[in-house]
Ligand binder design. Structure first.
Ligand code: SAH
Length: 354
């Protein structure tokens, strides 16, 4: 069943059949192999239509006219010696979104946005501070990955991982996100285990995802391990409290046999005490396999005064979890100087100051 949302005739939003129909409408009756050439050009060769040289020049012009790209480049910034690139795009309606490409020694990760802005209102996150503008379509999501993959290829590497950790709450736009997952998996050739969907903890979304046939990784932005604290940090917790969230995670594990990771932005004096580690460890132990923790010191954002935990405190927290037999990764921070790190994506939009 096709799950593509948005306008089916957008270039990267259309399924192969939808694209064939659109091509026939635009160019006239074309043999099927022309659609195959277009598809191969788009997803294997990662070319813009104008450069798909297997197609006749006149056809390329017609198609490029009909299928304008949906992301209009505004700026691009680089950090980490060029290994982290942040793309700022304008989309239809004038909203702006960002995509981050992180190149490592032998692979590259794309951090993709699923919405312009975000309605979840986590106070420590720049996207949350800016509020919600609109959902992204499947084509707008896929195009972010194609452009990043093109860039990775130019740097002699390939995109190996896609993480839905850019702007927005993917579970609030799950149809478009899922259609893009199918494209990433089926046409861009990434296995489900290299795709991660991150959520504030929208339980209905987690349950829906558990029923989908591709077992992607689930990341839950936990940040606090008791309801009183989490209600403050991640307001949606008031609707979907921790015990229910853990139950949904357990169902996800049963259905997919993947692992769940908990994201934990360490905030100085707020969630970095030994007692926080003890509570978090208890939650991790409720899951089989045990929940994995990704730690990251809070990145600065304009609307949140409290700072990230200094390195010694991060190390202490990591040790406190390990001592309790929890697997922990301290995430390397990329792109803080270009506001490309976790929680810093605001696409140049004014940020509400508290
Ligand atoms: N809305 C989804 C997808 C965004 S992922 C989600 O919340 O999971 C972005 C990740 O960065 C989330 O784990 C988020 O909680 C985290 N984050 C937000 N603000 C941050 C900050 N200032 N420093 C570090 N991490 C932050």
């Amino acid at each position: 069943m096709p799950t593509t949302t948005g306008t089916p005739s957008t270039l990267y939003g259309a399924t192969r059949d939808e694209l064939a129909t659109a091509v026939n409408n635009v160019v006239g009756d074309v043999p099927r192999y022309r659609v195959d050439q277009l598809w191969t050009g788009l997803y294997d060769q990662l070319r813009p239509i104008e450069e798909i040289s297997t197609l006749p020049a006149a056809m390329r012009v017609q198609l490029a006219d009909h299928f304008p790209t949906e992301l209009r480049a505004v700026t691009e910034s680089a950090s980490d010696g060029g290994d982290t690139v942040k793309f700022l795009w304008e989309i239809d309606g004038g909203a702006r979104i960002e995509t981050v490409l992180m190149v490592y020694r032998d692979r590259a990760t794309v951090c993709v946005s699923s919405q312009a802005g975000c309605a979840m209102a986590c106070g420590f996150c720049a996207t949350g501070q800016a509020g919600f503008t609109r959902h992204l379509s499947t084509g707008e999501i896929v195009e972010q990955i194609v452009v990043a993959a093109r860039r990775a290829r130019a740097a002699n590497t390939r995109v190996s991982n896609v993480v839905f950790m850019g702007m927005g709450e993917p579970m609030a736009n799950l149809d478009a996100v899922w259609a893009s997952v199918e494209r990433i998996h089926g046409d861009l050739g990434l296995s489900a285990r290299h795709i991660t969907i991150s959520t504030v903890g929208l339980i209905p979304g987690i349950r829906t995802l558990a029923q989908r046939p591709l077992p992607v990784n689930l990341a839950v932005s936990l940040h606090a391990a008791n309801d009183a604290a989490r209600d403050e940090l991640v307001p949606i917790n008031r609707r979907y409290p921790i015990d229910d969230l853990l139950e949904a995670c357990a169902e996800y594990l049963d259905a997919t046999h993947r692992r769940v990771s908990f994201e934990w932005a360490l905030i100085d004096g707020v969630n970095d005490r030994d007692q926080d580690a003890a509570e978090l460890a208890e939650l991790c132990h409720r899951l089989r396999p045990r929940g994995h923790v990704n730690l990251i010191p809070l990145n600065p954002t304009p609307g949140y005064a409290t700072r990230g935990t200094p390195p010694a405190g991060v190390e202490r927290f990591r040790a406190a979890l390990e001592q309790r037999k929890v697997n922990v990764t301290v995430r390397r921070n990329r792109g803080t100087d270009i506001d490309a790190a976790c929680g810093q994506l605001a696409a140049g939009q004014p940020v509400r100051v508290q």
